[in-house]
Design a binder for this molecule. Sequence first.
Ligand SMILES: Cc1cc2nc3c(=O)[nH]c(=O)nc-3n(C[C@H](O)[C@H](O)[C@H](O)COP(=O)(O)OP(=O)(O)OC[C@H]3O[C@@H](n4cnc5c(N)ncnc54)[C@H](O)[C@@H]3O)c2cc1C
Ligand SMILES: C[S@@+](CC[C@H](N)C(=O)[O-])C[C@H]1O[C@@H](n2cnc3c(N)ncnc32)[C@H](O)[C@@H]1O
Length: 647
Amino acid sequence: MKYANLEWRDGQPYSPDFDDVYFSADDGIAETEHVFIHHNDLLLRFQQNTKKHFVIGETGFGSGLNFLIAVKHWLALSKTEQTLHFYSLENTPFTLDDIIQAQQVWPELSLLAAVFQKHYQVASYGFHQFDLFAGRVKLVLMIGEAQTMLTQMQSKVDAWFLDGFAPARNTEMWSDNIFSQIRRLSYASTTFSTYTAAGFVRRGLIDQGFTVEKVEGTGHKRHMLKGGLSDEDNVETKLLQPWFENKTQQLKNKKITIVGAGIAGITTAWALVKRGFEVEIIEAEKKVAAQASGNLQGILMPRLSLQDSADAEFYTSAFFYALRCLKELDNQQTCWQQTGGIQLASSERIKKQIEKYPQDKILAQVLDAKSATEISGLSIKESVHYFSQASCVSPQLLLQCMVDKMGDALKITYQAKVESIQFKNNQWQLINKANEVIKETPNLILANAWQVKQFKQFEHLQIQPVRGQLSYFKPNEKSKKLKMPISFDAYLMPENNGQHLSGASFELGDSDTELRIKDFRDNLQNINKWFGKIFVEDDICGGRASVRAVTPDRMPVVGCVSDQAQALIDYADLHKGKPAHQYPFTKVLPNLYVNAGYGARGFTSVFLCSELLAATICDEPLPVSNRVRYALHSSRFLIRSLKKRRV
Ligand SMILES: Cc1cc2nc3c(=O)[nH]c(=O)nc-3n(C[C@H](O)[C@H](O)[C@H](O)COP(=O)(O)OP(=O)(O)OC[C@H]3O[C@@H](n4cnc5c(N)ncnc54)[C@H](O)[C@@H]3O)c2cc1C
Ligand SMILES: C[S@@+](CC[C@H](N)C(=O)[O-])C[C@H]1O[C@@H](n2cnc3c(N)ncnc32)[C@H](O)[C@@H]1O
């Protein structure tokens, strides 16, 4: 990802590549107020809005001036329970330093700017959601080429700010393809405005069915354009992959039941409680974090990829989102510590990444052996990836902290194992071993890791248990010097409460949690392979085995649940390659959702997934791109098989 190439002229940012300013050099605020706020009629619309949310779409985030001004009015005029979703695309974002420099010219926005700057951080392509102002504003920065980013958007927009550079010099931002995406994402009441009055922009928008008016501009600009879709317009929605789309489900009430009190269940509850839900968790064990989520420590680290793929986008976006959530939850860093972390070149794939992944202080830097040794405290022999924002998490503390913060909005019923579920009289019934209905609920989420497959509705899911055993080691002079987690084909954590944690084994298809001597030995051998004889057998002072839930593509499974029998009928001839729009939406099981399949990086990925799930349940604009949403869909395995005619 490239950052903006800026020159500063009279203290204001200027793009030499486009020979243009980011906002009016005379009075940026007045221009935004006139062009974007006034001509989208936002003051009145914010005040009179009766929907839960309002969506602004912007082409070109730049310095964030338009965003800050829209937020200022939103906070003043909307109701506290309403959320502004601001989607803005940008292919060369400002660095934080540049944002700070640009925004300091508007003292009247300094309070809002300070909140934004505290969160702002962009280091990778894709969608990045920032939850600001106690949930009243959700900014989604869509980092990448304009057209690609718009194709990845799903939410309908209420008002567009068309704010590319001068159309003659920035044609990619004003092309027919862009206008057709803008049209796809618009509905009968959508409006747009732009500072330009260029003829080809006007014609392009008219061709897409917008009514366009030329009105008085501001400053040096005599004219500008504004308009919208008229009420009679029948806006057709062509969805890219209907087998991953479903008709919006009506929520019967704001009560929901979740099976599983691991990190997936607790973060889902967290995202729903923030939205005013009453949540009950049904948990088989006696406490939260009793299974995979109960390790004493875990690493929060991004999973990089050299390919531009949905999973690469997902894991970097999720990493940054998790960090923002942890800061919001526990700013003092008692349940987690941002130590930084090291990735050794433990495989050919990672070696290549270290050689080729673009360097960025915020995400991943390459350190030579000497610097890696200095920064980590342990002797390292080769170049490594250093993640300055990687963190150590204490899962048990974290989950307990979240449970405490949810107070009465969350009830947990322990020692209640659900054996099966069935839908009867418009309710999901949760049934125990004695065949008793232990709970009836209209809205149900399964967050019970690999055990989700025990339910017949999920038999088809390709989730496997993968046993992992961690070892604890007594610290010694050498090991005590370690300052941050190091990941290799296992990981080693710095000393914590008088011990180091290291591991883990990886046994596919194995769900046994008894400690094994062989695994202790393997863990020891593995660490010593990388760090000389750092530990001996006598240093082993304990361990813990638990079970990951792993999918073949290493992505979790999140969202609505398709009716598989119906999907087999509806998509039986997918292998024929017919146009996607000829297929119906997928039929889903009523108000049933899943949030599972967290493998080795559950803590990195779960916060974004739970936010996505909560937004899906509440029919809100979503925090991820279409391709990420599809890559997480529970039907993806079936759809892949149907496409290859393997069913
Ligand atoms: C050894 C090991 C080391 C790891 N290290 C890291 C790390 O460093 N960083 C990282 O990010 N991730 C790590 N992970 C992965 C991470 O721990 C998991 O991805 C995450 O904890 C999964 O959370 P979960 O809520 O999906 O599952 P779980 O924590 O297993 O929770 C599922 C819950 O559902 C309950 N349940 C299951 N079936 C039923 C039922 N039928 N009825 C009622 N309740 C039920 C279970 O009792 C359990 O409490 C590690 C995993 C292992 C095994
Ligand atoms: C006029 S500036 C936007 C100013 C901004 N709205 C503000 O409030 O500061 C135009 C922006 O569009 C971005 N841009 C230009 N071409 C683009 C493209 N092809 N894809 C994505 N973004 C692009 C530029 O990087 C720049 O930030």
